[in-house]
Design a protein around this ligand. Structure first.
Ligand code: SF4
Length: 82
């Protein structure tokens, strides 16, 4: 499971960054960025799922490496834009 962010949808509210350091606000444009493309570890999945769930514009999602689809609790969002 990996974290994805739709930067076009993000409004920079910063809520997600209070749950996990996998998400941070980019200094250049004030929008979210995923700090690591690594596999989410079991001990951090709850915090990442909370961050995904709390985003006010549903800009975050979790992608299952095995199926390519969204995981449990993940918001259905489009992949990163062009
Ligand atoms: S909570 Fe959503 S809108 Fe706020 S910074 Fe994170 S991705 Fe962007």
């Amino acid at each position: 499971m990996r974290a994805k962010a739709d930067r076009d949808a993000c409004i920079g509210a910063g809520v997600c960054t209070t749950y996990t350091n996998l998400f941070a606000i980019d200094d250049d444009d004030g929008k979210v960025r995923v700090t690591s493309e690594r596999e989410i570890q079991p001990d951090e999945i709850d915090d990442v799922e909370d961050a995904v769930a709390m985003c006010p514009v549903v800009a975050l999602s979790l992608v299952d490496d095995h199926t390519g689809g969204s995981g449990d609790g993940a918001a259905a969002t489009s992949e990163k834009g062009t």
